[in-house]
Write a protein that binds this ligand. Structure first.
Ligand SMILES: C[S@@+](CC[C@H](N)C(=O)[O-])C[C@H]1O[C@@H](n2cnc3c(N)ncnc32)[C@H](O)[C@@H]1O
Ligand code: SF4
Length: 349
């Protein structure tokens, strides 16, 4: 039996086209959007102001598309890592991180990733599939803690700019008045700097942007992140310099600190030169060790020194609090485990 198409992930325009094809009144599209996104229903029977005919047609042709998480791991610090199955039975992760009066959800944008960064578990999985906008926002809508969420970051599995159409669609649904109606300033999208798609993101969205930088030097960055061979960091930074970041929209740089690799005084100098002229901040990140990599994390003392040096040079720099270390909250590990289990089951069969 073929799977029915999901409504979750459809924009208002797409719902309008759909009801037209079904011969339903035009206003039904807005009603469906409200049930899906404001009221978060899980089946068509709950859409009580729709005609019986409309509900029947929808049930025959479509599914709502909500999928509850299949597993959760909880850290001693309150971080929860959820494992979701996609519609094609692959696995993705979303990490829920409560902290004082904030609660942030880190969502995935792809199953695996093709970018091959040396330090990343998702990169080691390789690329498996694109997520649809529906599968991206399902991580938000099916989160047990949905009502407590204050922020969303696209920092889970995958490179958002390598799935830009679906990512932009998911952002539209999260922020449109007919969708979840969130302010885009509550959302931050992270990228290694896939320049053309990043330009589209800058033009077509209002959400914050985070650039995974990790080195100001081309050769070193190439070793860590193969994307540097295609879009050198200077080109990415040039694009950012041409963008107006003054109207509460932020750009920040993520910088994982690797011992004796990118944590020296020369790197402070290199970063200061590269980022000169951009209103931004740097977040220093502790490396979550992964199997089979030559890299080691810098010590807390070294990270503190590095932060202080950058601050002295006038760049706002913070050390990102590491979350969920006891459950490996660095993305990719839980889904990799599940993938290995699935492959083993298939082999045994
Ligand atoms: C998993 S990526 C997803 C978003 C996008 N692909 C990117 O790289 O910016 C989110 C962030 O996690 C960081 N990251 C990846 N592997 C890590 C690890 N083992 N330890 C700490 N941070 C890691 C990345 O550098 C990036 O800043
Ligand atoms: S760090 Fe980001 S871009 Fe690099 S492999 Fe991991 S998910 Fe992909």
């Amino acid at each position: 039996m073929t799977e029915k198409e999901s409504l979750l992930g459809k924009t208002l325009t797409e719902l309008q086209q759909m009801v037209k094809v079904m011969g339903l009144p035009g206003f039904t599209a807005k009603q469906i959007a409200e049930w899906l996104y404001a009221k978060r229903v899980t089946n068509f029977e709950q859409m009580t102001n729709l005609s019986k005919n409309a509900r029947q047609q929808l049930t025959e042709r479509y599914q709502v598309g909500r999928l509850a998480p299949m597993k959760v791991q909880e850290s001693v610090d309150g971080t929860k890592k959820y494992l979701f199955a996609t519609q094609h039975a692959q696995y993705i992760e979303a990490a829920y991180m409560p902290e004082d009066d904030r609660a942030t959800l880190c969502v995935s944008s792809q199953v695996g990733c093709k970018m091959g960064c040396l330090f990343c578990m998702t990169g080691k999985q390789g690329f498996q599939a694109q997520l649809s906008a529906g599968e991206i926002i399902n991580q938000v809508f099916s989160l047990p803690e949905f009502d407590r969420l204050t922020n969303i970051v696209y920092m889970g599995m995958g490179e958002p700019m390598d799935n830009i159409d679906q990512v932009l669609k998911s952002l539209e649904i999260l922020t449109a008045p007919w969708g979840l109606a969130w302010s885009p300033r509550r959302i931050n999208v992270s990228t290694i700097g896939v320049a053309p798609a990043m330009q589209r993101f800058i033009n077509e969205s209002e959400a914050h942007l985070a650039i995974s930088l990790h080195s100001p030097f081309n050769e070193e960055r190439k070793n860590l992140m193969p994307i540097e061979n295609v879009y050198p960091i200077e080109e990415v930074v040039e694009m950012l310099k041409e963008t107006d970041w003054s109207k509460q929209r932020r750009v920040s740089f993520e910088y994982i600190m690797f011992k004796d690799v990118n944590d020296t005084p020369a790197h402070v100098k290199g970063l200061t030169k590269l980022l000169n002229g951009i209103k931004c901040r740097i977040n220093l990140i502790k490396f979550h060790a992964i199997p089979n990599t030559p890299l080691e994390g810098s010590s807390t003392e070294q990270m503190t020194r590095f932060r202080d040096e950058l601050t002295k040079k006038g760049i706002t720099t913070t050390i990102r609090r590491s979350r969920g270390e006891d459950i490996y909250a660095a993305c990719g590990l839980l889904s990799t485990k599940e993938l290995v289990k699935k492959e083993k089951r298939e082999e045994d069969f």
